[in-house]
Design a protein around this ligand. Structure first.
Ligand code: URP
Ligand code: ZN
Ligand code: ZN
Length: 480
């Protein structure tokens, strides 16, 4: 199986040049001018389009049991939708129940993902602490290709962690050379405000945003940076949505701390007023955490991406349909948190980022794939157009448009956050493992061909991170 992409402009995070790209055996085999296709090779004419690394979405939740239900996209439908949008790999989350073995949960997610039509990998969440958890983190890094562990500071009474567990786990991450990742919201403060709002009779989706003001995220981000800093654990903060979180990350980075940040496409464009929509179904469909923010915060997050304070973009694809959101009809605290968007992430970033002049095409590649591949240590296999890299490629038409609708998207969701938006910048063809799986119109995905991509713990991040002992040189004072 071989494929020749003729006549496009290769765009990586670093370079832009015209070249043909020849793929065989699932990898890029040659890049150059006027390449000839061997007999039998499929030829894709890129014309005036860009040839970019397939997107990597570092934050998705396929078939996740969460808040009394299970997300509506599974490992077949979710990644298929991603492919239609130019994203060729997802990093999903294994989320063990508190007290559950991490290895057992990992096996469940591995088995769920057997049907995936595109490559995938897993972060593993720490939802409780014990010697067994500590030991299993070691097994996951050494034997299962896991190099990142997720920590939730919100969702009190379910998967929220206190500072003691954060410290224990971050210490272990540092020891193992694994990245600590975090959902930074102060769960105690949310719980307090939720109960206050309910007591005032505010039971609808507007209660969700009012119980999660920016201070909730700002405090948690600042605290978790301090906790990670105390044990010198590199930290990756998921879904940064407000200027308070951004400035905490910027300050930490300016002080030399290894802190990374992720922006969600939806936090860049959707306004907080959506939480106050009169139509319950519409307002409920927007319930996610952190919630949507005002323009001031969205501008700050754009600035974070532009300046490099934030490095990656994700979708946090966590699909729930209207009947699932209705679980919280009379009590917003019970409403499953999450929105979709893995199919639209790249188009949103092009339309609202590149077309407006905020990002260059090279920045676009960096924030949609390359930076994620580097931070999570799968570069240059992923996130790169280079001989030897996996042939995961999007042929990106910077001028073509599509109007987003739940009627035509490929997710199982009955709602789309970007409904009615006409986005310029689309994947005219998506190539996964050297095979064209999307032609701009139709998916040609194959169940089960996706591979688990192991991620070794070595990362350039850790080269420059000293251990607690190296940095602080703790010493005992001998006294008579
Ligand atoms: O509301 C969200 N983001 N749901 C998915 C779980 C999480 O917090 O990332
Ligand atoms: Zn989260
Ligand atoms: Zn999430």
């Amino acid at each position: 199986m071989s494929l020749l992409i003729k006549g496009g402009t290769v765009v990586t995070a670093e370079e832009t040049y015209r070249a043909d790209v020849y793929c065989a055996e699932g990898t890029i085999q040659a890049i150059g001018k006027n390449l000839k296709a061997p007999g039998g090779a499929e030829v894709v004419d890129a014309g005036e389009a860009l040839v970019i690394p397939g997107g990597i979405d570092p934050h998705t939740h396929m078939e996740l049991p969460f808040m009394g239900t299970v997300t509506a996209d599974d490992f077949m439908t979710g990644p298929s939708a991603a492919l239609a949008g130019g994203t060729t790999m997802i990093i999903d989350f294994v989320i063990p129940s508190p007290e559950q073995s991490l290895l057992e949960a990992y096996d469940t997610w591995m088995s769920n993902a057997e049907k995936a039509p595109a490559d995938y990998s897993f972060h593993v969440a720490i939802t409780w602490w014990s010697d067994q958890v500590k030991e299993e983190m070691g097994v996951l890094t050494r034997e299962r290709g896991v190099n990142s562990f997720k920590h939730f500071m919100a969702y009190k009474g379910a998967i929220m962690l206190d500072d003691e567990v954060l410290l224990n786990s971050f210490d272990r991450c540092q020891e193992l050379g694994a990245m600590a990742t975090v959902h930074a919201e102060n769960g105690e403060l949310i719980y307090h405000l939720q109960n206050k709002l309910m007591a005032m009779g505010i039971t609808g989706p507007e209660g969700h945003v009012q119980s999660r003001p920016p201070a909730v995220e700002g405090e948690a981000t600042q605290r978790v940076i301090a906790v990670a800093g105390a044990v010198n654990a590199p930290l990756y903060v998921v879904h940064c949505s407000c200027k308070e979180a951004l400035s905490a990350i910027a300050t930490a980075r300016a002080n030399g701390q290894a802190v990374y940040g992720e922006a969600l496409a939806q936090h860049l464009v959707i306004d907080e007023s959506t939480h106050y929509l009169e139509d319950f179904t519409q307002a409920a469909a927007h319930v996610m955490s952190p919630p949507f923010r005002s323009k001031e915060h969205r501008d700050a997050i754009w600035g974070g991406l532009q300046s490099g304070t934030l490095q990656t973009t994700a979708s946090d694809h966590c699909a729930f349909c209207a009947p699932q959101k209705a679980i919280g009809k009379d009590d917003f605290r019970l409403m499953p948190n999450g929105c979709g968007g893995t199919e639209d992430r790249m188009s949103v970033l092009w339309d609202q980022g590149v077309k407006t002049g905020k990002l260059t095409p090279n920045d676009f590649v960096r924030v949609t794939s390359t930076a994620t591949a580097k931070i999570f240590n799968i570069h240059p296999r992923k996130g790169e157009i280079r001989v030897g890299a996996d042939a995961d490629i999007a042929i990106w038409d910077p001028n073509a448009s599509r109007t987003v609708s739940a009627k035509t998207h490929h997710s199982n969701m009955d709602f789309n956050l970007y409904e009615g938006m006409t986005l310029t910048g689309i994947s005219r063809a998506t190539i996964s493992q050297g095979k064209q799986v999307w032609d701009g119109n139709e998916l040609r995905v194959e169940k089960g061909v996706g591979r688990y991509i192991p991620r070794p713990t070595y990362s350039s991040v850790f080269d420059r991170v000293k251990t607690y002992a190296e940095l602080n040189a703790p010493h005992k004072v001998e006294r008579a």
